[in-house]
Design a protein around this ligand. Structure first.
Ligand code: CAA
Length: 366
């Protein structure tokens, strides 16, 4: 294994075993379903029954990524888990996951927190560890895993979801990542969860403004003095963190406005390079740290080697980063699609009464 050529060598996804259509939630809350489907662009909320959580999702995703990688557990030198579903203020979520996977020994294992940006930070740290040579030829297991729930009746309730994406950072057979990235951060209280609180607090309007500004700043840095159309035409797909699908469309329209484009031009960009990347996100809901990587996993499906895409990561608080990836030789085989197909095939729908029972259980265990 080379110390400099590093990228994504394997991807595994895990979706929860239950889901509820947002139209069912609309009926429960007495809201016009069009608000959730057309206004927010949501379709389904992925839900975890009792006994399933961010650890079981992460373990499922990691097992799938490991099973399709040509290395072994002895080749792993780093386990980094991005999450905002921590179980403990001290013990990292990676300890629960490593325990289940039987990973111990000469391994740096830790949890990364920066709201939904945590998974991307874990990935960047793993890549930089490899690129610098500090990994000494070992591979990294990076996992983004979350269960996103809001308090009952909260405006964020239709955007709930869950899921995990595991990536092995080794040879760039599925995708390479360009070392130069475009970060932006600006401290704000847009979305936060104080220690001891079961559910987040959100300043909805501010959170939308922060997200849109971060998109503008990160893409502004990528484009620089160059022609925006020319720069963006170099990427087949533009992937985004997806708090709810309409947020992404709003941000692309806003970016277009800032670039001096007409709304129609921005909508064309959205339709050509963004909308299809949201397909799996609409079926999972917001999976916080995993959200962007679910979109990237969808975008990489079947891409020819060398095809470039971007990945915009956003975490409340707030921090963001725009990455550039290129498909590797094995992206065309899209082996990870079977994870999503299988999970969607076996998952069971929950109606409004089942949801209330489930949330009662969640409250009892929170
Ligand atoms: N038919 C069609 N559309 C309708 C409608 C109807 N009957 N009723 C309302 N709508 C539309 C509204 O016009 C609005 O669309 P526009 O913004 O385009 O005008 C949309 O539905 C939503 O309506 P509201 O703005 O009234 O919705 P709300 O205030 O009840 O809730 C929210 C919206 C604040 C985003 C809420 O879902 C929320 O708090 N979400 C969590 C926070 C979030 O996701 N923020 C995003 C950025 S932060 C981030 O990215 C981190 C993260 O993952 C959380």
């Amino acid at each position: 294994m080379s110390t400099t050529a590093a990228g994504i060598a394997s991807i595994g996804l895990q979706l929860p075993p239950l889901f509820m259509p947002v139209t069912e939630l609309a009926e429960l809350r007495g809201v016009d379903p069009n608000k959730y489907t057309k206004g927010l662009g949501c379709v389904d909320i992925a839900l975890c029954p009792a006994g399933h959580d961010a650890v079981s999702l992460a373990v499922g995703a990691a097992k799938r990524a490991l099973s399709r990688w040509n290395g072994s557990a002895e080749d792993i030198g780093l386990v980094a888990v991005g999450t905002e579903s921590s179980k403990d203020m001290s013990r990292p979520l990676s300890a629960w996951i490593a325990e289940e996977l039987g990973l111990s020994g000469a391994i740096r294992s830790y949890e990364v927190k920066h709201a939904c940006y945590g998974g991307t930070l874990a990935l960047r740290q793993a890549l930089e560890w490899k690129w610098s040579g500090a990994g000494a030829g070992k591979a990294a297991l990076v996992i983004a895993s979350d269960v996103a729930l809001y308090s009952l009746g909260d405006p964020g309730e239709p955007t709930q979801g869950a899921g995990a994406v595991a990536m092995i950072i080794d040879q760039p057979t599925l995708a390479s990542v360009v070392p130069t990235a475009f970060p932006f951060s600006s401290p704000a209280f847009d979305f936060w969860r104080p220690v001891g609180d079961s559910f987040p607090s959100v300043d909805g309007k501010l959170s939308l403004d922060c997200y849109k500004r971060a998109v503008m700043e990160c893409f502004g840095s990528l484009i620089g003095d160059r022609d925006a159309h020319e720069v963006l035409s170099g990427y087949r797909w533009l992937c985004f963190h997806v708090p709810f699908p309409k947020m992404v469309k709003k941000a692309v329209i806003h970016l277009g406005e800032q670039l001096g484009w007409s709304t129609q031009e921005a909508e064309r960009l959205y339709l050509a390079k963004v909308e299809d990347t949201l397909e799996w996100n609409q079926l999972t809901g917001n999976a916080y740290t995993a959200s962007l990587w679910i979109s990237v996993a969808r975008a990489l499906v079947g891409l020819e080697e060398g095809t470039a895409i971007t990945a915009f990561s956003y975490g409340s608080g707030y921090g963001a980063e725009l990455l550039q990836l290129a498909a590797g030789p094995a992206a065309a085989s899209a082996s990870w699609v079977s994870d999503v197909e299988e999970d969607l095939r076996v998952r069971k729908p929950v109606d409004m009464w089942g949801y209330e029972t489930l949330r009662g259980d969640v409250r009892a265990s929170a």
